[in-house]
Design a protein around this ligand. Structure first.
Ligand SMILES: Cc1cc2nc3c(=O)[nH]c(=O)nc-3n(C[C@H](O)[C@H](O)[C@H](O)COP(=O)(O)OP(=O)(O)OC[C@H]3O[C@@H](n4cnc5c(N)ncnc54)[C@H](O)[C@@H]3O)c2cc1C
Length: 382
């Protein structure tokens, strides 16, 4: 394959772009990945590593079932262990509305194959997550086979396997134009020259809107900075402590190294590409930490970083070809869940690109939903 032509150009070498490139190449496509920075250095490299199936949208649950299956086979397939630790995911619920919703989700999760998800009474929540406090806890849901995996390892697994299949992975190269003619993609312009291709995948994460604009396509993805803090060692906390989420506030934590990793969305978040750590977030979280997990507040902070969520209006990704510009595909707008969705998304879009029906129907993720209003919003966003 020459560098100046390909069957498909993937814009963005995060976990999503690498997964798509690998799965396309497995089916025989010639692929070039163009990454402005280094592979996995942006949202993927800033991610908390959570992998769960407890979503409100049944399509997301089914898609996540597939991702979990693919992660289970990743080492055999690529030689790289994704370091998936099944510590479980615990949602802590504190309002009648949440209890009603999550009790309704449970049968849906069971029907879609997440058979080990279960309801917990308040005392069971406290037993399972001893750091958690509060008389307002009404119950929780727990899925022991959910957990955390390594974004670095998964990206390496897909990029390495893709390279062995002949995929060209360009780092330090920026896409700055999409060439089109008569409603079809013809080529991708980059700082290293033009690559002729009749398909381009927009996997540009928080920058997907900019790449959409290069093609004249409105891709409604906005960047929202999120901060992560890691505490000093907390020897008394089990390394098997579940990923725990206070659903009302989105405050979450899980074991990381010898300490705990934690974060929270802020109610007044504004779109921005700024990834400097915002220490005021820690002040704003103090009240929640004090009320929900006070021991965590006394551990001290070992390190912190910030990355970008890539939000869409309905908190669902945009997947598949876009109407009006043949050959322009989107895999973006993961709204904070792209790491765990990347294995399934790569697999399903490669099925679709090869002319097969994707084994999970992807209609709810179509770009056209913003015009037709055919949306199935995701509510379990953390
Ligand atoms: C703090 C935090 C915690 C998170 N926790 C979780 C979690 O627990 N579980 C989970 O599933 N998800 C989580 N996420 C979300 C997850 O990290 C993202 O959804 C996922 O990494 C998206 O992957 P991506 O490949 O689409 O994006 P990215 O990793 O951002 O990759 C996009 C790439 O495109 C490149 N690019 C952009 N524009 C251009 C251009 N013009 N030319 C060339 N290259 C370009 C960028 O340099 C970038 O490397 C978290 C995110 C953050 C910030």
């Amino acid at each position: 394959m020459s560098l100046d032509s390909a069957d498909a150009v993937v814009v963005g070498g995060g976990v999503v772009g690498c997964s798509i490139a690998y799965h396309l190449a497995r089916r025989g496509a010639e692929v070039v990945v163009v990454e402005r920075d280094t592979l996995g250095s942006q949202s993927t490299g800033h991610c908390a590593g959570g992998v769960r199936r407890q979503f409100s949208s049944s399509t997301n649950v089914v898609m996540q079932q597939l991702s979990v299956q693919l992660l289970a086979g990743l080492e055999a397939e690529t030689g790289v262990d994704p370091e998936f630790r099944h510590i479980g995911y615990l949602f802590v619920l504190t309002s009648d509305r949440q209890v009603e919703d999550f009790r309704r989700f449970l049968p849906m999760w069971h029907e879609t194959g997440v058979t080990d998800a279960r309801w917990l009474e308040p005392h069971e929540v406290r037993e399972l997550a001893p750091l958690i406090q509060g008389d307002d806890i009404l119950g929780g849901t727990f899925c022991p086979s959910d957990g955390i995996a390594s974004p670095h390892a998964v990206t390496l697994a897909y990029s390495g396997a893709a390279r062995r299949l002949g995929v060209k992975l360009l780092e330090g190269v920026t896409v700055d134009g999409i060439v089109q003619e008569a409603g079809r993609v013809q080529a991708v312009r980059t700082t290293a020259g033009e690559i002729s291709a009749t398909a381009v995948f927009n996997c540009a994460g928080a920058w997907a809107g900019e790449v959409g604009a290069m093609a004249g396509v409105d891709v409604p993805v906005k960047p929202y900075p999120r901060n992560i803090f890691v505490t000093n060692p907390m020897a008394e906390v089990s390394r098997r402590h579940p990923m725990t989420i206070d659903f009302a506030t989105s405050f979450y934590f899980h074991p990381e190294g010898d300490g705990l990793l934690f974060g929270m969305g802020m109610p007044d978040e504004k779109p921005s590409f700024n990834t400097d750590v915002d220490w005021q977030v820690l002040d704003a979280m103090a009240e929640v930490i004090d009320r929900r997990a006070p021991r965590l507040g006394t551990a001290g902070i070992q390190t912190a970083w910030a990355g970008l969520y890539e939000m869409t209006p309905d908190h669902q990704p945009i997947l598949g070809p876009v109407d009006g510009l043949e050959g322009f595909w989107c895999a973006c707008g993961f709204s904070g869940h792209g790491f765990q969705q990347a294995p399934a998304v790569g697999y399903l879009l490669a099925q679709w690109f090869s002319g097969e029906q994707p084994q999970v129907p992807l209609d709810v993720f179509a770009h056209r939903r913003f015009a037709t209003g055919n949306v199935e919003p995701e509510n379990n966003v953390v």
